[in-house]
Design a protein around this ligand. Sequence first.
Ligand code: P6P
Length: 320
Amino acid sequence: MPIRLEAILQDQVDHPAVRDVLAVLADACAEISRLVRSAAVAGQLGAAGVVNVQQEDQKALDVLTDELLTARLMECSAVAALASEEQADAVCTDRTGGCLVAFDPLDGSSNVDVNVSVGTIFSLRPAPDGRPAHPEDFLGDGRAQLAAGYAVYGPQSMLVMSFDARVMAFSLDEDGAWVLTHPALAVPVGTKEFAINLSNRRHWRAPVISYIEDCLAGRDGPRGKDFNMRWVGSMVADVHRILMRGGVFLYPWDAREPDRPGKLRMLYEAHPMALLVERAGGRATDGVRPLLERVPPSLHARTAVVLGSADEVERVRDVG
Ligand code: P6P
């Protein structure tokens, strides 16, 4: 008899607010899976005609998924505040206790019009004791997260989450239920697969260029083995592959915007993915420091990201 997410949440999540919020997120992600699957027929692909706080052209599905998650989370009494990639400011309630929820409603949405996997990323943090939450309460290190996870909408829709030492994966069945299919994901220590946007090579610092050149040199070079390269353009899809079969993902600092530490956002992309990868036995840094030790200076602060198989991440020290 397949084990359903509801049973896992009921029996294994000790923190009542975390249990309630994860249940709300799981339902919302099942609904988003349906929205993404039917978007072309429903005429919901394409641009929304507006620019978000990231100065990115929003897709229609960016808006729909952000509105859906915001509405569902605001109805949940265990949510003290939420922060979305698509919204400039955090939304704080007058509730005390519960969780702060940060999320990227549709990561990789530039891919959705061409039918490439996209996903939803979420991170749960403790709300402050005895008072309503303020936006700056989100600005903590990654180890303060109570839980983290993502849904990936691909050939299968899967929900990956961690609320204790384990990383579990659930698959959406024909009836729209999340069923446990991977009780404990583990990232292999070694790998032959790297993920990076190679078109940015001329903009990287020397250590990243050197690391990638060594991989590209294959068995004839210093690594003595051939590597394979993947780059989906959806962090969720690349990280999911790494959690399932190993690999290393890099989005380093680059000189295109020298004042910008990286492209990916710390609060709702790097921190949740770093928690999952490290709990699965991998490593996650900003090219130098452990990502989980970093504190975002602002809600939408960006960072460089190097994560995946421990042996590979430890080889990358991106110092200028
Ligand atoms: P590039 C998607 O826009 C995203 O934030 C991540 O999901 C993805 O890994 C990265 O950006 C892709 O960036 O510069 O290769 O398009």
